[in-house]
Design a protein around this ligand. Structure first.
Ligand code: GTP
Ligand code: MG
Length: 384
């Protein structure tokens, strides 16, 4: 027998299928009624309704059924090793308050020589991709995507949803201030995510700059500078004067080369929403493509929302026809505002996207009604 479907499980538990869909959403799995689920999810849901889930014993080659549906893209049979192509690194900048993250990201934006400054108003979006001549490989264009918004909370939230979208963390430490509580916090987040860390010692122009102290403090935290025989890259810079910023970009590319980052660009896009909101043109999201290529006209599904991609806009306000792996773009066309961190997928057509989105909407409504009923009941008990 194949793994259990949402519908079958709902029947066994004597629950509405939408309720099970909502339960799965709580577990970070987006499924429709006909989809199967993995045993861990089934077990968790059974437990919720007071049942025990048992895996059926199979003869000899008993196989644990498929992974949760959201991982399906990962398991896509078309993602064969030979389909994978190098992709740009996705970098998150973290650090203590006022250590210069925003100033650094601004400085990097401006070193974006591919950007046409004339006429266009540079829009600040939560994630942006810069292109510049590769410092080592003549004639080649290098790209890096920076995530701006993720304060630590967003970073962890995405990680909790299983979306480790960051390849490299740049840990900004002000040379005059040294390691502070949020430096350590950021360090722990980066470590938990298992991504390599590049230390940017910022504010080197400051009279009180003490890069040696920063190195010592971080060494105590187990980040050994490479020039001290460790394997962490340290770059001294000033986001204000921009001295050293190019060096940082170079080091990011170097680190990225070591990681051999790859993705299949030739498949329907899958990625995550970095930020979302409403603009005069309707719901607008900043999307980070993880794999595949997102194109204008694609049918997009994102949590309980769907739509046809009307426009893709980059950091410089330019309209793009498509965005490949690791590229961050503003997307217009969804019919609602999804939560940052949520996953988007491109599906065959808009009808399909709508069908699944509506199922999810229904699941959310069921859940909301339940919560209201429960709250009312609780209030009642309080009154009594
Ligand atoms: P939060 O977003 O509040 O966490 O701060 P942040 O890390 O983004 O710091 P931000 O870029 O806002 O910079 C804080 C202050 O430090 C500002 O007054 C900057 O002008 C100043 N600053 C940033 N980089 C440098 C630098 O390289 N040298 C000097 N001297 N000052 C800097
Ligand atoms: Mg800032």
């Amino acid at each position: 027998k194949p793994p259990i479907t949402v519908r079958a499980l709902a029947e066994k538990l004597n629950q509405k299928a939408f309720k099970i869909i909502a339960d799965l959403m709580d577990l970070g799995v987006f499924a429709n009624v006909n989809q199967t689920m993995d045993p861990d999810c089934a077990r968790a849901i059974c437990a919720k309704y007071g049942y025990r889930f048992e895996l059926e014993k199979r003869e000899r080659h008993a196989q644990v059924p498929a992974a949760p549906p959201r991982k399906k893209a990962e398991l896509d049979p078309t993602d064969r090793p030979e389909d994978l192509r190098p992709r740009p690194p996705v970098v998150t900048v973290m650090g203590h308050v006022d250590h210069g993250k925003t100033t650094l990201l601004d400085a990097i934006r401006k070193s974006n020589v591919a950007a046409k400054e004339v006429g266009g108003i540079t829009q600040h979006i939560g994630a942006y991709t810069i292109s510049f001549p590769h410092p080592e490989r003549k004639g080649e264009l290098a790209q890096i995507t920076f995530l701006d918004t993720p304060g630590h909370a967003a970073f962890s939230a995405m990680r909790a949803r299983g979306a480790n979208v960051t390849d490299i963390v740049v840990l900004v430490v002000a040379a005059d201030d040294g390691v502070m509580p949020q430096t350590i916090e950021a360090l722990n987040h980066a470590r938990a995510a298992g991504v390599p860390i590049i230390v940017a010692i910022n504010k080197m122009d400051h009279p009180a700059a003490n890069p040696l102290k920063v190195r010592q403090q971080l060494q105590e935290q187990g980040l050994i500078p490479d020039d001290w025989g460790g394997d962490t890259i340290f770059v001294e810079l000033s986001a204000l004067t921009k001295k050293g910023v190019d060096k940082l970009l170079e080091m990011i590319l170097l680190q990225a080369d070591l990681l051999e980052l790859k993705a299949n660009p030739n498949r329907p896009a899958v990625g995550n929403i970095i930020e979302s909101g409403i603009s005069p043109g309707g719901p607008t999201v900043t999307a980070l493509v993880r794999k595949g290529t997102l194109r204008v006209g694609d049918a997009l599904l994102c949590g309980p929302y769907y739509g046809k991609v009307r426009a893709l806009i980059n950091e410089d306000g330019e309209r793009l026809k498509e965005a490949g792996p690791s590229v961050a773009v503003k997307v217009l066309g969804l019919n609602g505002v999804p939560e940052p961190g949520s996953e988007f997928t491109v599906v065959e057509d808009e009808r399909k996207a709508r069908e699944i989105a509506e199922q999810r909407q229904e699941a959310l409504r069921t859940r909301a009604a339940e919560t209201r009923a429960k709250v009312t009941l609780e209030n009642l008990f309080q009154v009594l």
